[in-house]
Design a binder for this molecule. Structure first.
Ligand code: CA
Length: 222
């Protein structure tokens, strides 16, 4: 995991805590160093502070996302709604507001790195014909044969909706399934991810909003 944090005391406690929890943590304190580290090889998770000495964390988030699909968790004191939504729209997978507990941070890391293989077995996802194919085993999405790059949470969200075309999933059920049961963010998080997926699929009609309820996946044939 890569920790991008310029506050040495916070960085030290995160490194010590996560290392103690059995995770490998590399630490850099500037945006430049983070970009260099990512270009050398993607870590499994990036923990990203927004207030960095050499660049804005939101710009860095966007730049990291352009280089890699690595799960990004923004770790910041800037907890207002605007930053949360912006961060998620720029490709972050989750957001932890300082001060946070090690337990909370660890839970978020586990949630974004959780692979859905177990879920796939339980729910019985099967390959099916159609323009859009979501393969839970390889976590690859193709549209008309072309691979679509999605972040971890975007994939989980699309896979969930795609699993039952036409079924309207309630917002609360989506948040609970795709994020986790203790998710306390607003449904703006969900809206930001829906918007990002629609953009990547090139047509908003794949995922349709049902007012007052939630969202459904619609098989488009043209
Ligand atoms: Ca900082």
């Amino acid at each position: 995991m890569l920790l991008v944090e310029d506050d040495e005391s916070i960085a030290d406690s995160v490194v010590v805590g996560l290392t103690g929890a059995g995770m490998e943590v590399a630490h850099v304190s500037t945006g430049r160093a983070a970009l260099d580290a990512i270009s050398l090889g993607a870590p499994d998770v990036v923990l990203l502070d927004l207030g960095l000495p050499d660049m804005d964390g939101l710009d860095l988030c966007k730049a990291l996302r352009a280089l890699s699909l690595v799960p990004i968790i923004i770790v910041s004191a800037r907890g207002d709604e605007l930053d949360r939504v912006l961060g998620l729209e720029l490709g972050a997978d989750d957001y932890v507001v300082k001060p946070f507990s090690l337990r909370e941070l660890t839970a978020r890391i586990k949630a974004v790195t959780r692979r859905s293989l177990g879920d796939a077995d339980v729910l019985g996802f099967m390959p099916r014909d159609g323009r859009l194919v979501v393969d839970e085993r390889t976590r690859i999405v193709t549209l008309d044969g072309t691979t679509i790059d999605l972040t971890t949470k975007e994939f989980d969200l699309l896979a969930y909706l795609w699993s039952e075309p036409g079924t309207v999933f309630r917002r609360s059920d989506i948040l609970e399934h795709v994020w986790d049961i203790n998710w306390y963010g607003t449904t703006k998080t969900l809206d930001a991810h829906i918007a990002a997926i629609r953009k990547k699929l090139g047509n908003p009609d794949w995922i349709q909003a049902v007012r007052g309820v939630g969202f459904k996946f619609v098989e488009l044939t043209v």
